[in-house]
Ligand binder design. Structure first.
Ligand SMILES: [Zn+2]
Ligand SMILES: [Zn+2]
Length: 434
């Protein structure tokens, strides 16, 4: 998830009732192949993950990681395009039979965090970031995403003769910012061949054996809010001689609370409007001429997003006008809502249940943001959460923590999940109806 939106998903401590497979039996012979090949390649996936973890790179600097990915895909005989949307890598695997096109996405970037996790492959990498020397760490677990998708590529390339359709591998840069999905799409990553469905996963510190999903809005949109309230400066003892932007700002902040509580249908979709920074004035006896307020807007439904933007603007501008002041409202668009296509989600849930049984759980939305959302605007998408939380609670930390720890028992679950989503989508039969 992006740095602008680490979320309560991290705090998701849902109790796993059972991680054993449900009664549904697979009759798809390719499932057996996926499972066998996953077991055979698991040591390699772990090695990739540790190597990438020890050598993290910040967004748009993923040269080493992208090089490893590209070399691996080429070794499998997959068509590879590098430098897509910056440092992105696209692989195209054509199956031996005609069929649709499915894309699988992994993000490759680390974060400016100094690792404190006690693992032998902990990152010791430092780099310059915003003029400072900082540690770099895969504190959001994207190392797992890359290793898992490399494993999936190996498995599906072994199975290519039996695949009805094409699998596209999207290794994207800079999910944590400034965003790699949008430039990859601009470079044609979702075209030639055109993608019919896209899947992605993200690791979270929920228990190993848990896969989370949600129909519809799963992760929030994350938009920046900036309001400049302009009044007229005057003496603090003679407020009638000017227009007070401080009092106006106070009214605006209170008014903004009612955008969500009074104007959004909260039974349909939640929203958040937060002012996190306010600046104005420099001493007690001067009413200043401007006040700056900076905040964030999160929504979980594209329509709600549009509505909240309109209402925030109207509220701030109207309150300012009522006070004889002016409010300049700037909303800078961040990542859109990550929307899981409802029909695709329902179609694919059995694939997840085959792997983790009751561990596949529908969960509430989270207020973090993800630029997988852009891929899911181009084709029906499904984004899932993969539990990597260790059994030892002292090892469980939220994404972006310097102590973030991924239990590697989750890696083969992730490999089987993504490989199965791809194969089941292509074959159109997740699981037996019997
Ligand atoms: Zn993140
Ligand atoms: Zn992330």
């Amino acid at each position: 998830m992006s740095a602008t939106g680490r979320g309560p998903m991290a705090a998701l401590a849902v109790i796993l009732l059972c991680a054993a497979p449900v009664a549904a039996q697979s009759t798809n012979p390719l499932h057996g192949t996926i499972d066998e090949l996953t077991a055979a390649i698991n040591d390699q996936v772990v090695d990739w993950r540790r190597d990438i973890h020890a050598n993290p790179e910040l967004g748009m600097q993923e040269f080493r990681t992208a090089g490893i990915v590209a070399e691996h895909l080429e070794s499998l005989g997959i068509d590879v395009q590098t430098g897509v949307g910056g440092t992105g890598v696209v692989g195209v695997l054509k199956g031996g039979l005609p069929g649709p096109v499915v894309a699988l996405r992994a993000d490759m970037d680390g974060l400016p965090v100094t690792e404190l996790a006690d693992v032998p492959f902990a990152s010791r990498v430092t780099t310059q970031w915003q003029g400072r020397e900082v540690g770099v760490m895969h504190a959001c677990g994207h190392d797992n995403h890359v290793a898992i998708l490399m494993g999936v590529a190996a498995i599906l390339s072994e199975m290519r003769d039996d695949l009805p359709g094409t699998v596209k591998f999207l290794f994207q840069p800079a999910e944590e910012g400034p965003g790699g999905a949008e430039p990859m799409i601009a470079d044609g990553a979702m075209e030639n061949p055109k993608v019919d469905a896209v899947f992605g996963l993200h690791v979270f510190p929920s228990p190993v054996g848990m896969i989370s999903y949600r129909e519809g809005g799963m992760l929030a949109s994350s938009d920046g809010l900036r309001i400049v309230v302009r009044g007229i400066q005057t003496h603090g003892a003679m407020p009638w001689g000017g227009v007070d932007p401080i009092v106006t700002s106070a009214q605006i902040i209170n008014g903004l609370q009612t955008v969500v509580s009074r104007q959004v249908d909260l039974t349909d979709s939640p929203a958040i409007v937060t002012i996190g920074q306010i600046e104005g004035g420099n001493r007690g006896n001067i009413i200043p001429d401007t006040v700056l307020m900076i905040g964030t807007i999160r929504t979980l439904n594209p329509d709600t997003r549009t509505l909240v933007h309109e209402r925030v603007r109207r509220m701030a501008e109207s309150i300012a006008a009522a006070n004889g002041a002016e409010a300049d409202v700037t909303i800078s668009l961040g990542y859109p809502v990550t929307v899981n296509d409802p029909a695709l989600t329902r179609q694919m849930v059995p694939s997840l249940q085959r792997i983790v049984g009751d561990g596949a759980v529908s969960q509430p939305p989270a207020t973090g943001a993800e630029d997988f959302s852009y891929f899911a605007q181009e084709a029906p998408g499904l984004f899932i959460g993969l539990g990597v939380g260790a059994d030892d609670p002292t090892l469980v930390h939220p994404n972006h923590s310097p102590y973030f720890y991924a239990d590697e028992r989750a890696l083969p679950i992730g490999v089987r999940a993504l490989a199965s989503l791809a194969v089941d989508y292509l074959t159109g039969r997740p699981i037996s109806e019997d």
